[in-house]
Design a protein around this ligand. Sequence first.
Ligand code: NIG
Ligand code: FE
Length: 384
Amino acid sequence: MRDGRIAAVGARSKVEALPEAGPAEKLDVEGRVILPGFVDSHTHLIHAASRAEEYELKIAGASYEEIANKGGGILNSVKKLRAATAAALKARASAALREFAAYGTTTIEAKSGYGLDVTSELKILGLHQELDREQPLDIVSTFLGAHVVPAEYRHTPGGPQRYVGLLVNRLIPEVAERKLAEFCDVFCDRGAFSLAQSEQVLEAGASHGLAPRVHAEQLSRTGATQLGVGLGAASCDHLEQVKTADIRALAKSKTVATLLPGCDFHLGLKEYAPARALIDAGAIVGLATDYNPGTSPTLSMPMVLSLACTQLRMTPAEAITAATVNAAYSLRREKEIGAIETGKLADLGVFEVEDYREIPYYFGVNKCWMTIKKGEIVYRRGAR
Ligand code: NIG
Ligand code: FE
């Protein structure tokens, strides 16, 4: 590694014979397994608090939508975020980022979407920028003003459409102008945004240079996948409810199918996304945590790999590919990260296992021993 990048890769004999190997400092990982650092391509990093109070309701049988309809769900987190100071939000996110690193993650995507008004959304996106500058992991920012319609726009006729207008005419232009995000996302679903509204938001984003990503076919099948593919979306995420035609559209496209099995696990749902059908059809499959307080309160990519293997029937190799190089592609960073290749950033996870398959095999256990970001050690087991 040199200047934060991978200078050479290969067998010990070959690398040690290079002239620049002589003065190089040696880091002995003693036979452990090294992977490209995980690229977590779907997180809702900035939120004020957990929703542990809803967890028991879910266990007792209330559905995600029933809880949301009673003012819980995303709106519960919006209320908490609006009341929180930027300093408190930042402290919580900073702690989370240290934990991401402890599980071998070196880049995360982060979505706004718990503010849902001009001030709060800009506050979240500003924090993405600050945190990206001030701590080692890279943060790729996504504007998700279209998470749900905020309470104050819900109960007047035409309210939801006025909120879409605020996103399209005010927030998206400002976010793009101030370079606060690279992507624009929409939660297209029952109880969130319709297909037509989603199209408006994504097109506005794209026309301002924010590439589309979509929360698609999570709770119900809306057609969001084919909308996303049609707009050249970088990623369609969730996909539990996709139909054969959606799978075919993804397979023919360069849009990554990002699967989030942590959601189904946390919500106790039996229907996971059809990963095998997607892979076998030729779609580019990614995996991410969807770290958020409502559907997936985990930041462990190794746990997501375990779920991908046992629940989505992906092989460990497919799951690791989905969590690294394919995820990097969905963030338009495939030239920089996601693989151990000469010239790429020196972003690595080192695992205390003898065989890479043991990373998902030991589920719920953190085998990450060291994490390296741009050539610097950012996590070491046992170190404080
Ligand atoms: O990715 N589906 C929409 N958004 C999140 C859930 C957010 C929440 O419940 O707070 C998701 O699952
Ligand atoms: Fe999400």
